[in-house]
Design a protein around this ligand. Structure first.
Ligand code: SAH
Ligand code: SF4
Length: 421
């Protein structure tokens, strides 16, 4: 979501005569787009901000410093107090006014704070500069109404609003004209997408019908809203990739209730079974939080057990980070740091074993790969399978941007190796 926002910032500023440069020392304007989902992300953003400030000229040529995104919304004025060299603080729903805000800052020479919630900006089509050349992110929703107890997103990104189908389709058609092959539709909970009578499955059908587009991905799917209708639609539509990101968060029903997630582990495992049946070979990835307040050894063992049964292809595992303002933030952060660390390592070890087992099962198979670029060694190519596996390939550079059949010959954890078949 933040990557997409940064692409929108680049697009809007470019349309207003700005030019993106890659050495911060030459910049007249430096924007840090922040994430506030965990404390660690915030700390990193401010460490970067300090580094950039120290490197920048302090004379009349001092660049304008702008802190954007969710932490800007959350901390507001406090940023201007703590970092007096910052000129602009702007929340996600005000990014679209950046050219105006910058102009006011230059004219008045006064710090600008724009963090009030604005609804409906998602309804407009803004210019976007996509970072990749073959696949692009496309936002379909703003905000979130779910209020999972640990999560700051609803407080910093506001109410959930869907973008009209018409605008999404226009954006994707223009991407296809620019030779993009794949889009990832983004929302905090794509399952609750709505535009009038149309739901997410209708949006998928419309996007699937766009000529020239090869692949469709989406994230994130909240397990409480994942419908049979969506599973069947995924199975039917040829461009929809066989991959779903379905965050489990915890394998303990007691913790799930305290997280306000709205499903049980039995429901979750039922979805996994249904998905595997309807979409053979589907990749299922997940998010897991370890060390939520009150999480006992037994609760954690339950998470390991569900992860074992679900056989996730990959899991993003996070140590619980208390977020002020959330309901869980009021609870004592009771699990000691070293226990959180050891639980995180245990889930990661289990996941490595599972990923390796699944990868070994793919050796000898021929999979369709969208080739993205040269690999880091510049001698091979790399791309992704429909199941989002990275494949390093022996093949000619003119395969970049194409869907090609690849015979898998070897694997290393999550990464596969293969040759043109
Ligand atoms: N809308 C998405 C999640 C966005 S945040 C969803 O519902 O899945 C991405 C991930 O960050 C979450 O899935 C969760 O695993 C993690 N996360 C969110 N808040 C967190 C916190 N306070 N501490 C640790 N991890 C957190
Ligand atoms: Fe956060 Fe829950 Fe919304 Fe995801 S669904 S953004 S975890 S509140």
């Amino acid at each position: 979501m933040n990557t997409y926002d940064s692409e929108v910032i680049a697009g809007i500023l470019h349309a207003n005569g700005y030019q993106q440069i890659f050495d911060p020392k030459d910049a007249g304007l430096i924007i840090i787009n922040t994430c506030s989902v965990r404390k660690h992300a915030e700390e990193r953003a401010f460490a970067n901000l300090w580094d950039l400030y120290h490197e920048a000229p302090k004379t009349a040529k001092k660049p304008i410093f702008c802190v954007a995104g969710c932490t800007a919304k959350k901390m507001g004025k406090e940023i201007l107090k703590k970092y007096p060299f910052v000129d602009i603080v702007v929340s996600p729903s005000n990014l679209y006014d950046l050219p105006k805000i910058i102009a006011t800052c230059q004219k008045t020479k006064k710090p600008q704070l724009q963090i009030e919630d604005k609804i409906g900006y998602i309804k407009k089509n803004f210019p976007v500069i996509h970072t990749g050349k073959i696949k692009a992110l496309v936002t379909i929703m703003q905000g979130c109404d779910n209020y999972c107890s640990y999560c700051v997103v609803p407080f910093v990104r506001g109410k959930e609003i869907s973008r009209p189908i018409k605008n999404i389709v226009t954006e994707i058609k223009s991407l296809v004209k620019k030779r993009y092959k794949e889009v990832t539709l983004l929302g905090q909970n794509v399952n609750s997408y709505r535009d009038g009578k149309n739901d997410f499955t209708d949006l998928l059908k419309r996007v699937n019908a766009i000529p020239g587009l090869k692949r469709i991905r989406f994230m994130t799917n909240h397990p409480k809203d994942m419908s049979d209708k969506l599973i069947n639609t995924m199975a039917k539509l040829d461009k929809v990739c066989r991959h779903v990101h379905l965050p489990l968060q915890s394998g303990s029903d007691w913790i799930l209730t305290k997280m306000n997630r709205g499903y049980t582990t039995a429901h979750f495992l039922g979805l996994v079974r249904e998905l595997r049946q309807a979409v053979p070979g589907i990749t299922i990835t997940t998010d897991i939080i370890v060390g939520f307040p009150g999480e006992t050894e037994d609760n954690f063992r339950a998470t390991m057990e569900v992860a074992r049964q679900a056989e996730f292809d990959a899991a993003f595992v996070f140590k619980y980070s208390p977020r002020p303002g959330t309901n869980a933030g009021l609870l004592k952060d009771s699990v000691p740091a070293e226990i959180k660390q050891s639980r995180l390592e245990k889930v990661n070890r289990l996941q490595q074993e599972t990923a390796l087992r699944i990868s070994r099962g793919l050796i000898g198979k021929t999979l369709e790969v969208l080739v993205e670029d040269l690999a880091t060694d510049r001698k091979h190519l790399f791309g992704k399978t429909a199941g989002y596996r990275t494949v390093v390939i022996k093949g000619p550079a003119n395969c970049i941007g194409k869907l090609i059949p690849v015979k898998i010959t070897a694997c290393k954890n999550w990464t596969l190796y293969g040759k043109l078949s």
